[in-house]
Design a protein around this ligand. Structure first.
Ligand SMILES: Cc1cc2nc3c(=O)[nH]c(=O)nc-3n(C[C@H](O)[C@H](O)[C@H](O)COP(=O)(O)OP(=O)(O)OC[C@H]3O[C@@H](n4cnc5c(N)ncnc54)[C@H](O)[C@@H]3O)c2cc1C
Length: 308
């Protein structure tokens, strides 16, 4: 598989291409081997260029947001990783003025919430503490006990590689379940999202965000790299995933530099130089014990890259 097409046509790309880029630089875990090519597109035309590149080279591709929900293998990803942060990072209030907001997929949730607190855009506080991008939040239907992305999304725009264009999905076309969507085609990159917001006082939004952040800092190991919750809460017997990890005796359990956090046992933290293999072994151990000791099937919330 030749990458020469990218070299030969580079002048048509306004973004950035990096060869053999360590993905540990792009994941919250600080874990992950190199991507054969990492592309950081800046426009829809750049996405069209990458779509053509994939057709010409046959490269596999993977979409990277801010890397806060990913475990990338130690051998990396033998293909094209498309980092979406710079395609669109605009935030604008829609023409009706007060109740609709448009955000580019590259906007960090923390930036969005900071603006919400300045402008008095209520309704998005449920995303407090979710460290990813708008694109990742839409793809994952990110949420907390206060709500999920699906509750507030009005429309989603996505570039679909096989159609070579941006498709708009209206609210009645959006389909989500717990931490997943099932309306986006497999070859889609979310480029923007529109949200319903409630006009409230900036102070009120700020207070709600601060209170939630305070609670999260008290209950989550935010001082170490992690991907947040490793497992989805299982449906069986109303157990939370952290309770399952506790009941099979794995709170604090460590393999290499990866550890089920003492502070929150559904978090696996990187104590310094954890490898993806260490994290994966902890995940497999918890799944095996949950199945054999409790008859519970744990399903990962974290997404694996490069393990096939
Ligand atoms: C400390 C910590 C706390 C967390 N707390 C929460 C929480 O409370 N609730 C919660 O839901 N999550 C939580 N997470 C997980 C994570 O932040 C969310 O899943 C987030 O939405 C991922 O966004 P991202 O941009 O980092 O996506 P990535 O991690 O980069 O990618 C996640 C998935 O989304 C896809 N994706 C990303 N961007 C796009 C795009 N533009 N178009 C198409 N697909 C895309 C990727 O291909 C991948 O499959 C936490 C993570 C950490 C580290």
């Amino acid at each position: 598989m030749s990458l020469s097409w990218f070299h030969e046509n580079l002048s048509r790309f306004s973004g950035e291409l990096r060869w053999d880029e360590p993905l540990s630089r792009h994941t919250y875990y600080r874990i992950g081997g190199p991507a054969r090519v990492l592309a950081i597109p800046k426009s829809i035309d750049d996405l069209k260029f990458l779509a053509e590149g994939i057709r010409q080279t046959g490269l596999r591709s993977f979409v990277l947001g801010l890397g806060s929900n990913l475990l990338v293998s130690d051998s990396g990803f033998d293909g094209l990783v498309i980092k979406t942060g710079r395609v669109d990072f605009s935030i604008s209030v829609q023409p009706d003025g007060v109740t609709q907001l448009r955000t580019g997929a590259g906007v960090a949730i923390s930036t969005l919430l900071r603006r919400a607190a300045q402008e008095g855009w209520g309704g998005l506080e449920f995303l407090t503490g979710v460290p990813g991008s708008v694109g990742g939040a839409v793809f994952m239907n990110a949420g907390t006990h206060l709500g999920e992305a699906k509750d507030r999304l009005r429309a989603v725009e996505a570039f679909v590689f096989s159609q070579d264009q941006v498709i708009r999905f209206e609210r009645d076309e959006l389909r989500f379940e717990y931490r997943r969507n099932f309306f986006l085609p497999a070859d889609a990159i979310v480029t923007a999202a529109e949200w319903f917001i409630d006009p409230v006082s900036p102070d009120e939004v700020k207070l709600r965000i601060d209170q939630t952040l305070f609670r999260r800092k008290a209950t989550q190991p935010v001082d170490y790299p992690s991907c947040g919750s490793v497992f989805k809460n299982p449906r069986e017997r109303g157990l939370n995933a952290w309770q399952v990890v506790d009941q099979v005796g794995l709170r604090g359990h460590r393999i290499g530099d990866a550890q089920f956090a003492e502070k929150h046992s559904n978090f696996i933290i990187n104590l310094g130089s954890a490898r993806a293999e260490d994290v994966k072994q902890l995940i497999d151990l918890a799944k095996e014990r949950a199945r054999s000791q409790l008859g519970v099937e744990l399903e990962e919330e974290v997404r694996f890259v490069g393990f096939e």
